[in-house]
Design a protein around this ligand. Structure first.
Ligand SMILES: Cc1cc2nc3c(=O)[nH]c(=O)nc-3n(C[C@H](O)[C@H](O)[C@H](O)COP(=O)(O)O)c2cc1C
Length: 185
């Protein structure tokens, strides 16, 4: 792989599931948002929306409600339930900021916006982790009030969250399969 600043950032990014408590700076936040909005979108439709959540109260309530929802699921393996039962469990891994990404219609453009944000965060020394698992709860009857609180524009549906904060761990790289490619040339 050619070594340059961007390829190094891509190579070194990991999903971070342990954060320091300090909030990211406003300048860092605005940089991430701007990098997101610079993503390409089909026909420049920009059919995306970001909800910045920096309310500890919101995230604590979301964690508690999500835990109740998970523990009530009879079909879920005990190992997963144990993870949710641990004291201090936070759905956002203790990250002080979560960006919820929403889309109106096709979600593909919002995914590009999200990955711009994730790579920009890595370049600023910040950690991120996508939160897709929580969507099952947010789309349930009990999760509706949290989506209502996000106050999304008409027609927008949340797709996933992205935790953002100062990393408090340095995980090893997960294995990748580099054979998922074929060539016509
Ligand atoms: C759409 C999407 C949803 C994800 N949802 C979760 C999640 O709910 N919880 C979690 O811990 N990690 C989640 N992840 C992170 C993946 O587990 C992670 O990207 C993968 O294991 C590879 O590890 P790496 O990001 O450190 O390279 C998600 C990633 C993506 C792209």
């Amino acid at each position: 792989m050619i070594d340059n600043e961007l390829t190094r950032i891509i190579r070194e990014r990991r999903s971070i599931r342990k954060y320091r408590q300090e909030q990211i700076t406003e300048e860092q936040l605005q940089t991430l948002l701007e990098c997101g909005f610079l993503a390409p979108s089909g026909g420049n439709s920009q059919n995306w929306h970001i909800t910045v959540v920096q309310s500890k109260d919101f995230l604590d309530k979301l964690s508690a409600a999500n835990r109740e929802h998970v523990l009530a699921d009879k079909d879920l393996p005990q190992a997963i339930k144990n993870r949710f039962s641990q004291s201090g469990f936070s759905v956002a891994f203790g990250a002080p900021t979560v960006l919820f990404i929403s889309a109106a219609g096709s979600d593909v453009n919002a995914c590009f916006l999200a990955e711009h944000i994730v790579l920009a965060a890595e370049s600023l020394g910040l950690g991120t982790c996508y939160l897709g698992g929580i969507m099952g709860f947010l789309r349930s009857e009990e999760g509706k009030s949290f989506i209502d609180e996000m106050d999304l524009p008409d027609g927008y549906e949340p797709l996933f969250g992205i935790t953002v904060g100062i990393p408090d761990e340095k995980p090893d790289a997960k294995p990748r399969d580099y054979t998922k490619v074929n060539y016509l040339r």
